[in-house]
Every structure is written in structure tokens, then in C-alpha cells.
Design a protein around this ligand. Structure first.
Ligand code: ATP
Length: 426
């Protein structure tokens, strides 16, 4: 049995192999900010693409939007964030470190054991200023949660696309929070990305749709994680006043926090509040029964970066003489790697380059001609490339190549014009 994967192993691999870099690193970094590198952005785009297609193509009645990051500041009054998006904080009188009051058990500083202040309120919205003239600037906020732009556009979507309830609006977008204790790599950042579905339905149908989305979302995560047994639900006991129930989907094997996505019963809270604060009627009239009501909402709100981190933890496998990232091939940054057996044999290089260029038209392909074949396999295993194709002297005679499977390490000989079919059928 290998030892459990640590966060340090993932952080190190992520930087070394170009998945994730610490933000502003040459200036000493900035806590809570990260940049995605060449492999990270490919993997993240694959992941977001899967989510988007699953939402909008596999379900009737779901459409997407891409809302602005800055909204009219009144949005955050209506949403309750300006009043209640706060964490009571305590500060250590000795080392001046701050902590969430909820994390403290025995009134002592978690870092130095010093005495603590009384809890103080702190707003986690990130403020910004709009306007160029110093004294005439307007204060606004970077959105604290992406879903608000969905509520703001609910009526626009309804009027322009003519959907009938029940329907959903989905979005992938950035959110910003002045987290008190950013840390644990991608788990708690100050800038992160969320994928949200807001499902609008009749109040009498909330129970059914809540259960439906709870199961649907879990099944989706199970379809992309290698160890589905490490996914579970956490039931919230403390609920928002408008919620009947709330569940998190967790990655239970995480060495840091576990929450990946929240399934929330939002009732008519959001649309009613925005109606009240904007003075606009956001109710819905059923075209057949003519019943007028404020739609109720089931929300599924997940963290793209947390899913990314958990997928890396889930895939990272230590074997006797290699580290292999057993990522779902749909998510892996490269689908296949192509090598010429020997770098200094032009006839092999030419043939391999041809295969590389042809495959690139369809899938993402890595090229490697450094070191020996063993080292190249090791290198591709570590970044999760499902297949490696080698062009050797036999290729020149009979147009076949070897294709090696990342997980089984088995090699097969196949015709070079069948590579794409082979990869796609696996
Ligand atoms: P937490 O309790 O961990 O602070 P939350 O319950 O406040 O999270 P939500 O507001 O429900 O989170 O946001 C939906 C999702 O956004 C979360 O399930 C999580 O995956 C992601 N998320 C929230 N805060 C962060 C953060 N600071 N960094 C990265 N992802 C985050």
C-alpha cells in the first residue's frame, strides 16, 4: 500500500510540470492567488467544457450566460452580502494574526497561543472603485458569488429565449472573496471560479427538483473521478432562513477541506429580494394556467478550482518505479504523446512529425524526443497522458506504430492510420 497523497506532492508536481504557478511569484507572491500554466489551462478548459456540454446539451431547458464581474453595488445590498457576508474574526493580541471565531476552541491564538480579542465583523466582498476623478469615484464590488448575475438576467433570458418553467440558467465565472484565511493551495483562494446552475421551478415542485439535482450532480462527479468511492454528501444542519435543506458534495479523501459543490434550496429569496430592491416585477405567469408566482430556485454551485485540485489528488498514484496521474482521458491535458524512437534518425523523426501533425488537427498531442523511451514514458505518466505512440524502424517497413497504455503499461502494435480511432474508442 502506498502512503496517502499529500498536498505538498500535488503542489510540487503542479509547479514542476506547468499545471499551477503561485501568483506574482517573482514579487514574492500574493496570498490566495494562483495562475494556471500550459498544462493546467488545458486541463481546466477540458473540465469546464465537459461541465458546459453536460449542462446545456444533455439537459433540455438549460441555457448559459456569461455575466459581468462588476455589477451595480445595489445587487449586494439586495443579496444580503453587504450586511451578512461577514465572518466574525478574532485577533491575537500578541502576534496580531487573525482567525475566524468559528475556528477557535479554547480562546487561544492558533499560532502562538496568545490571548485573543473579542470577535469583530469583517466583510469579505472585495471593493473596487469606478471612475477616473479621485473625489468622484463610485465604490463597487467584484462579485462575491457568480450566481447573482443569473438572477439579474432571469427576466432577460425568459423574454428573449421564451423558456417555460421549469428551466435552468448556468454559468461559469470568476468570484472574489477577501478570505480571512486563504490557503491550502487552490482550496481557499481570493480569486476563484465557480460553475453554477440556477434551476427555476414552481414552488410546489421544489422537493422533487432538489432531489433530482442532488443526484444528477453527484452522478456527474462520479463519472469524472477515478475513485468515485471518495465522493460523498454532507448534510447541513445549520440552514439559511429560506432553505429547507442543503447538501455539499465532498471529496472525502482530501487532506485539506472537503467541500466541492453546494446544492442549495434558495426558494423565492433571490428573486423576491431583487424585485424589492430594483422595483421590477420578477414574477412568472404560467402561459396555460395564468397562475402568477415568483419562481423558486434550486442552486448547484461548485468550485472549478476545488474540483481541479481534488481531481489531481484523486488521480495521483504512486507505483513502485513511477508516479502516474490516472486522470480521466477526457480531462488529461494531452490525449496522446508521439515519439520517434531515436532523435538522430531523420527518417524516424519525419514519420513521427507527420503523425504528430495529423493527430493535432483532432486532439491535443505532446511531442517528446528527449532522453530514452523509458524516461519519456515516465514523463508522460506524471502528467496523465493516456497513450504514447512510438515510431520505430518497423514503422518505416509496414506503417505500424507501438501504442502504450498509461494505466496498464501494455504496448500494442497498430496501423498508423488507426491511431485516432484507437484513442477515441478506448
Ligand atoms: P466555504 O464554506 O468553504 O467557505 P462556501 O460554502 O462559502 O465555501 P459557496 O458560497 O457555497 O461556498 O460557493 C460555492 C462553491 O465555490 C464552493 O462549494 C466551493 O467549491 C467554491 N468556493 C467557495 N469559496 C472558495 C474559495 N475561497 N476558493 C476556492 N473555491 C471556493
Amino acid at each position: 500500500m502506498s502512503t496517502p497523497t499529500t498536498l505538498e506532492e500535488i503542489v510540487s508536481l503542479a509547479k514542476r510540470r506547468g499545471f499551477i504557478f503561485p501568483g506574482s511569484e517573482i514579487y514574492g507572491g500574493l496570498q490566495g492567488f494562483y495562475d494556471f500554466g500550459p498544462l493546467g489551462v488545458e486541463m481546466k478548459n477540458n473540465l469546464k467544457g465537459l461541465w458546459w456540454d453536460w449542462m446545456t446539451k444533455k439537459h433540455d431547458n438549460i441555457v448559459g450566460i456569461d455575466g459581468a464581474i462588476i455589477t451595480n453595488p445595489k445587487v449586494w445590498e439586495a443579496s444580503g452580502h453587504i450586511k451578512s457576508f461577514v465572518d466574525p474574526l478574532v485577533e491575537c493580541k500578541k502576534c496580531h494574526h487573525r482567525f475566524k471565531a468559528d475556528d477557535i476552541n479554547d480562546d487561544k491564538c492558533l499560532d502562538c497561543g496568545g490571548p485573543l480579542t473579542e470577535p469583530k465583523m469583517f466583510n469579505t466582498l472585495v471593493p473596487t472603485e469606478l471612475g477616473v476623478i479621485r473625489d468622484e469615484k463610485t465604490e463597487a464590488y467584484l462579485r462575491g458569488e457568480a450566481c447573482q448575475t443569473i438572477y439579474l438576467n432571469y427576466k432577460n433570458v425568459l423574454d428573449s429565449i421564451h423558456l417555460k418553467i421549469p428551466f435552468g440558467i448556468c454559468q461559469i465565472g470568476k468570484a472574489f472573496r477577501n478570505e480571512v484565511t486563504p490557503g491550502n493551495f487552490l482550496f481557499r483562494q481570493r480569486e476563484f471560479e465557480q460553475w453554477d446552475l440556477q434551476w427555476f421551478c414552481h414552488p410546489s415542485e421544489m422537493e422533487r427538483w432538489f432531489e433530482y439535482w442532488k443526484e444528477e450532480r453527484m452522478n456527474w462527479y462520479k463519472s469524472i473521478f477515478t475513485h468515485a468511492e471518495n465522493l460523498g454528501f454532507y448534510k447541513h444542519e445549520k440552514l439559511a432562513h429560506y432553505a429547507k435543506k442543503a447538501f455539499d458534495i465532498e471529496y472525502t479523501a482530501s487532506p485539506v477541506g472537503k467541500e466541492m459543490e453546494g446544492i442549495h434550496w434558495r426558494g423565492d429569496w433571490d428573486l423576491s429580494r431583487h424585485s424589492e430592491y430594483s422595483g421590477q416585477d420578477l414574477s412568472y405567469t404560467d402561459p396555460e394556467t395564468k397562475e402568477k408566482f415568483v419562481p423558486n430556485i434550486v442552486e448547484t454551485s461548485g468550485g472549478v478550482d476545488r474540483a481541479f485540485l481534488f481531481l489531481l489528488l484523486d488521480a495521483y498514484t504512486k507505483e513502485e518505479d513511477r508516479v502516474v496521474l490516472k486522470l480521466n482521458p477526457k480531462i488529461a491535458p494531452y490525449k496522446v504523446a508521439v515519439f520517434p524512437l531515436l532523435k538522430n534518425k531523420p527518417e524516424l523523426v519525419v514519420e513521427a512529425k507527420k503523425i504528430y501533425s495529423d493527430l493535432r488537427k483532432e486532439v491535443s498531442v505532446a511531442w517528446d524526443d528527449r532522453g530514452n523511451i523509458g524516461k519519456r514514458y515516465y514523463s508522460q505518466d506524471e502528467i496523465g497522458t493516456p497513450y504514447c505512440v512510438t515510431v520505430d524502424f518497423q514503422t518505416l517497413e509496414d506503417k505500424t506504430v507501438t501504442i502504450r497504455d498509461r494505466d496498464t503499461m501494455q504496448q500494442e502494435r497498430i496501423a498508423m492510420d488507426k491511431i485516432l480511432e484507437y484513442i477515441k474508442n478506448k
